[in-house]
Structure formats: structure tokens, C-alpha cells
Design a binder for this molecule. Structure first.
Ligand code: GLN
Length: 598
């Protein structure tokens, strides 16, 4: 096993996760099997308890792990399936060591950060790196480890110490350290400044780690003399200094690395040059270029909690992007703050009310993503009602399906006060209820998490056809509440179809309105398994419906992803409309000023 460690210096938010995923991708394109580990030096055991509006979305894995969103980037870029143990946190490691101490495993010893915590970290890395994640047998060839945070943080010290010992133990030729840093340009003089990088490399060295490769974030390519200076002060060969300058969408990052021969530098450090081929990135390149060229928009209204942090819905945005590119449309997101749509807001803040409804009505499709808590729920219900009544393509994910059920029960069945017991525990018409798989009395650990099977009820529904007429699918879940099985008959009699259920037939997984162009709700989160070249079926259905391609798609058989045209001749352009993401990279997703970009 060879290891590539990716660290970050100077400031956070340099796109270390995307860089690490891109490194994994080019190594995979060279013919290697790649796995990855993300280290988060915080005390939470996992990301499940953290607010997506501060920390970005909680990504959910097949095994039910609630992990950092970077694991989503790895899964998407490398087309792999990770486990909860691929996300190491300080909390997890300390917990494991303290549990061992309580069991008496260290009897007689003083349990300390060095060596007990540092040994536990190294053992964890070696154990997890060996887990196959690409569906093949046996361990991968290379494990990319991303260390969260910035060099110098107090939190990451035990990890740095452990990784220093680890690099020494696995030995030169098996360990490659890539340090992602920032080379700012002072606008006054227009000069690329190397000092912050010098300092952070010095910090790294003082902690016992020596970088083999520098990946420098900068607006433009680094000048030759700037590279020379960095090489001299940081003791890194000039050919191992890569510039990650701003690109139009993140799919270009692996191509930047390839163009600057980063793979050659990494393979040389890891003694793998003779076992690999030139990176095969043809399809990836075509897609990255195609994404830049798309100019016919598809407008999707995202009706959620207004946040201003794009990362809160990262996987949903990515899934929409994958689907839009497959439909050859430029993805335009209109963020609609759900509570702005509510009647009460018409008086409190008529401007925001008007603009929210204008955005909703201007959209080609409406998506209500997952969520917890009751803020904005009535607004989401109004959005679902609007979509149902006006035949606008609609996709409701988890909470987005539950509110569609509530809306249907209220408007079609005439059950005025129908609600979810999450929002009104005493409702007379509980159409969505708490349905734990385990204990009914203990809230803790009652979330239905991870991969569960959905069986299609017949083959004629849109969802079944979009999934390629398979009899069942496995998708990821993260919820407590579900459609009340006792009200299913009533809802069906009103015209709602439950086209996917779990193996018991008691849990409703997919709803559809048969006489609507595209009205689909799912209890699961299909966004987590969408991939750039393999868009998630129901997102593809939504975008196709939004741009009038659904019938064709259903005729063609939806499982076959759109082939990319050969984009090698395509010149990248159209960057001028692109909107900057907070981390400075451009993402290929265009939005109104409402939610994403501040
Ligand atoms: N709050 C809802 C539940 O717990 C929906 C959760 C979600 O959208 N992920 O069932």
C-alpha cells in the first residue's frame, strides 16, 4: 500500500478536498486502484450532529455513516463506496483509546497522546486503507489521506505527529506528501507572493513532515521565478510545484494536475512509474469542456431553508449538475427561501414574498430537499401545491416527499389539518409519523440511516422506468418519519401512487402522481449516489422533464447515460457569467444571488 497525504497551509477553504479527490482521480486514470481517508480534527464522533448550515451537508454512506462532505467528493470523483471508518475524527480516536483503557488493555501504563493516540491513528489508517471500496477484492494500491484544517492548528497536532511517525515507518517510496498552499497576488503590485507558503512549509518541517509536492492555489499560473523561489526555500524540486489556478468548474482540476504532470511527480515519489500508464481522462475531459459550453439554461427552484452556504445542499447541487450536463443544459439554481413563500410573509415582508413567488413561478422545475425542523415547512407545502396544480416537474427528497404527502392530504383529501407528527404531535390526521426501525421510546440512535432496499410496485411507473426497470434499488436514507401506513389506502384512493416500498410493504419509499408530467417524492436521498458520468435516475428525470426531454428519455431507456461528444476540440469559453463560490473556485453552477453566493 502506498500513501498520499494531502495537507493544507496558510488558510482554510483552499479546496483541499477537491484537490485530494482530483489527485485520486488521476492516479486512478493511470490504472491504479485508489481509496481515501479524511481526517477531521474535531471532537465530534461524526458529522451527524453538526449543523449543515455551518459545516456543510452531512454526507451519508451505504453503511449509515454520517460523514464530512469531502467523502462525497471522493465517492463522486473516484466512483467508490466508502465506509464510516474512512472518516477519522479526534472524537473517534479518543473514544477508541478511552474504551481500550476502560477494558484494561493498557493495564499499568499511563495512557498518553504519544504513543497511545498516535499509535491508534496509525493503526486506524492502515486498517481502513486495506478495505476495498471499488467493488473489487483485496486492498487498493494507493490511499489518499486528507488532513482537515490548516498546518499549525492545535487540533491537528496528534495527527501530524502520528503521520510523521507513519511516513518514517512506511518509508520513502511509499509515502508522498502534497501540501496545498496559497500564493496570493497583491493587486497593487500584481506580484505573486511566496512568503505565506514558505512559512507554512517551515511549519510542516518543524513538525517532522517534509513535502514532496506543493500544490499552490493562485488566480493565475505561477511565474517561473516564483516557482524557483518556492523551490529554493521549500526544498521541493521545481517540477513538483503545481499551480492550481482558478478554473471554470471543478472537473478541470484533475486536468490541471495532469497538464502539469503532477501524476508523474507523485508516481516517481511512490516508485510506481513503471507500473502505470498515461492517465486516461478522455471522457472526463469531454464532460468538463461540455459543462463550460452549455448555454441553454434549465432553471431549478430549490425551496429550502435560506442559508447562504451552498455546501449545505452540496450533493443535491452536484446531482442536479450531473443531470443537467447529461441533458446538455446549463444548470441555473434559483434559491427560494421556503418561509418567504408563506402567507404570513405577504404582510411582514411583501418584497421578499413577491420575489420568492416570482422565482418559484419562473422555474422549469421545483425541488424540495431534505430537512429537519419546522421552519419553512408551510412554504414548502405551498411550493409542492403549486407544482402539483400547475403541472410543474417536482422532486421531493425525504422531507420534500413528506410535505408533498401533507399537501395532498390537505388539498385533495380535504383533511385540513393533516400534518407530520414531527411538526404537530397532536394532529388529528397524522399522515407522516415516527416509525423507528428499533426502539420506539428512545430517540437516540433511532434515525433510519444508510442503504435500504426499495422494491418497485410494477414496471410502468416513471421511477421504475427511469431506474431501468430494475425490480429493486438500494438508496441511502437519513430520516425518522415516514408515511403513515394506515393512511396509504386513503391517499391511494385520492389518486396518489406509491410506486416503491420497502420489503415489508409498510414503508413508503416512492410516491408519484400518475397524471402529472413529473411529480415524484422519495423517502431516500438519491443525491448521494449520483456520479458525474452516471447521473442519479430521478434527478435525470426531473431535469429531463424540465427541458421537455422526459418522453424521449423514457423511450430510450433511462439507465444509459448520455454519451459525451468528443470535447477535445471545444474551446473553453463562457466563463464571464460564472459566479464565484465562497472558496474562490468556480463551479459550473449558476445561481441567483439569494442563497449560494454572497
Ligand atoms: N425530518 C424528516 C425525518 O426525520 C426528514 C428528514 C430528511 O429530510 N432527511 O423524517
Amino acid at each position: 500500500m502506498k500513501y498520499v497525504l494531502v495537507t493544507g497551509g496558510v488558510v482554510s477553504g483552499l479546496g483541499k478536498g477537491v484537490t485530494a479527490s482530483s489527485i485520486g482521480l488521476i492516479l486512478k486514470a493511470c490504472g491504479l486502484r485508489v481509496t481515501s481517508i479524511k481526517i477531521d480534527p474535531y471532537l465530534n464522533s461524526d458529522a451527524g450532529t453538526m449543523s449543515p448550515f455551518e459545516h456543510g451537508e452531512v454526507f451519508v454512506l451505504d453503511d449509515g455513516g454520517e460523514v464530512d462532505l469531502d467523502l462525497g467528493n471522493y465517492e463522486r470523483f473516484l466512483d467508490i463506496k466508502l465506509t464510516r471508518d474512512n472518516n477519522i475524527t479526534t472524537g473517534k480516536v479518543f473514544q477508541a483509546v478511552i474504551d481500550k483503557e476502560r477494558r484494561g488493555d493498557y493495564l499499568g501504563q499511563t495512557v498518553q497522546v504519544v504513543p497511545h493516540i498516535t499509535d491508534a491513528i496509525q493503526e486506524w489508517i492502515e486498517r481502513v486503507a486495506a478495505i476495498p471500496v471499488d467493488g473489487k477484492e483485496g486492498p487498493a494500491d494507493v490511499c489518499v489521506i486528507e488532513l482537515g484544517g490548516t498546518i499549525g492548528d492545535i487540533e491537528s497536532m496528534p495527527f501530524i505527529e502520528a503521520l510523521g511517525q507513519f511516513s518514517y515507518r512506511v518509508g520513502a517510496g511509499n509515502f508522498c506528501l502534497i501540501h496545498v498552499s496559497l500564493v496570493p497576488v497583491l493587486t497593487v503590485v500584481g506580484e505573486q507572493k511566496t512568503k505565506p507558503t514558505q512559512h507554512s512549509v517551515r511549519g510542516l518541517r518543524s513538525l517532522g513532515l517534509t513535502p514532496n509536492i506543493l500544490a499552490c492555489r493562485s488566480t493565475l499560473e505561477l511565474d517561473g521565478n516564483v516557482k524557483e523561489k518556492l523551490s529554493r526555500f521549500c526544498h521541493v524540486p521545481i517540477e513538483n510545484i503545481i499551480t492550481l489556478y482558478d478554473v471554470s468548474n471543478i472537473w478541470h482540476v484533475p486536468l490541471l494536475l495532469r497538464d502539469q504532470k503532477a501524476h508523474e511527480a507523485i508516481l516517481k515519489v511512490l516508485n510506481l512509474s513503471s507500473d502505470t500508464r498515461e492517465p486516461a481522462l478522455g471522457e472526463w475531459t469531454s464532460r468538463a469542456d461540455l459543462c463550460d459550453l452549455l448555454n441553454e439554461p434549465v432553471r431549478i427552484a430549490m425551496v429550502g431553508k435560506y442559508t447562504g452556504l451552498a455546501d449545505s445542499y452540496l450533493s443535491v447541487l452536484k446531482a442536479l449538475l450531473h443531470a443537467s450536463v447529461a441533458c446538455h443544459r446549463k444548470l441555473c439554481i434559483d434559491w427560494v427561501p421556503a418561509s418567504d413563500l408563506e402567507d404570513a410573509n405577504a404582510e411582514e415582508n411583501p418584497d421578499s414574498y413577491r420575489s420568492a413567488w416570482k422565482l418559484l413561478k419562473g422555474a422549469d422545475a421545483i425541488l424540495v430537499p431534505g430537512g429537519f425542523g419546522d421552519r419553512g415547512v408551510e412554504g414548502k407545502i405551498l411550493a409542492a401545491k403549486y407544482a402539483r396544480e400547475n403541472r410543474i416537474p417536482y422532486l421531493g427528497i425525504c422531507l420534500g416527499m413528506q410535505i408533498a404527502i401533507i399537501e395532498f392530504a390537505r388539498s385533495v383529501l380535504g383533511l385540513r389539518n393533516a400534518n407530520s407528527t414531527e411538526f404537530d404531535p397532536n394532529t388529528e390526521n397524522p399522515c407522516v409519523i415516527f416509525m423507528p426501525e428499533g426502539s420506539k421510546t428512545h430517540m437516540g440512535g433511532t434515525m433510519r440511516l444508510g442503504s435500504r432496499r426499495t422494491y418497485f410496485q410494477g414496471i410502468s411507473s416513471k421511477s421504475a422506468r427511469l431506474y431501468g426497470n430494475r425490480s429493486f434499488i438500494d438508496e441511502r436514507h437519513r430520516h425518522r418519519y415516514e408515511v403513515n401506513p394506515d393512511m396509504v389506502k386513503q391517499l391511494e384512493d385520492g389518486g396518489l401512487c406509491f410506486t416503491g416500498k420497502d420489503e415489508t410493504g409498510r414503508r413508503m419509499e416512492i410516491i408519484e402522481l400518475p397524471n402529472h408530467p413529473y411529480f415524484v417524492g422519495v423517502q431516500f436521498h438519491p443525491e448521494f449516489k449520483s456520479r458525474p458520468g452516471k447521473p442519479s435516475a430521478l434527478f435525470l428525470g426531473l431535469v429531463a422533464a424540465a427541458c421537455g426531454q422526459l418522453d424521449n428519455l423514457l423511450k430510450k431507456g433511462a439507465t444509459k447515460p448520455c454519451r459525451m461528444s468528443n470535447g477535445s476540440a471545444i474551446k473553453a469559453h463562457l466563463y464571464e457569467n460564472a459566479t464565484k463560490l465562497p472558496n474562490g473556485s468556480l463551479d459550473g453552477i449558476y445561481c441567483n444571488g439569494n442563497g449560494l453566493h454572497v
